[in-house]
Design a protein around this ligand. Structure first.
Ligand SMILES: [Fe+2]
Length: 140
């Protein structure tokens, strides 16, 4: 993860945690949505963002959000393995988990070189190479 992107993700998470501590759930969720947009390409940042969305959902006793975030915490794994995430998706249970969404203008520069197609292609090549290696080892 590029340093500038990681710093932006951390800043959004920090603002989310501060809003959470101040019991401003709407503001906390807004920053978590922005953190999701920035961090969903990477496993730990993606997972951590959904974890905090789940924590917020639990605090609000929001059943839809709780269910949605549990599903998304699991879905982070195949999303990372296959390199596919819906670019721009805000991550809350109020939107489809697979719908690409417009990226806010102030975050656009941080994600301008990000290509979902490139990530998926790289993952397919790596997984194919691993499958070939495993097959060769089994046939020895
Ligand atoms: Fe997500």
């Amino acid at each position: 993860m590029k340093r500038t992107l990681k710093a932006a993700w951390r800043a959004e998470m920090s603002l989310a945690r501060a809003a959470c501590a101040a019991r401003d759930d709407a503001e906390a969720f807004r920053h978590l949505e922005r953190a999701h947009i920035l961090g969903q390409r990477y496993f730990l940042t993606h997972w951590a963002t959904h974890w905090w969305m789940l924590k917020l959902g639990l605090r609000r006793a929001d059943r839809r959000e709780i269910r949605g975030q549990i599903v998304r915490l699991v879905a982070v794994i195949p999303g990372y393995v296959f390199g596919w995430v819906p670019k721009g998706n805000t991550g809350g249970a109020d939107v489809s988990a697979i719908k690409p969404m417009p990226i806010p203008a102030d975050l656009e520069a941080l994600l301008q070189h990000y290509s979902v197609t490139r990530d998926v292609t790289v993952r397919i090549l790596v997984l194919t190479a691993l499958a070939v290696l495993a097959t060769l080892l089994l046939l020895r």
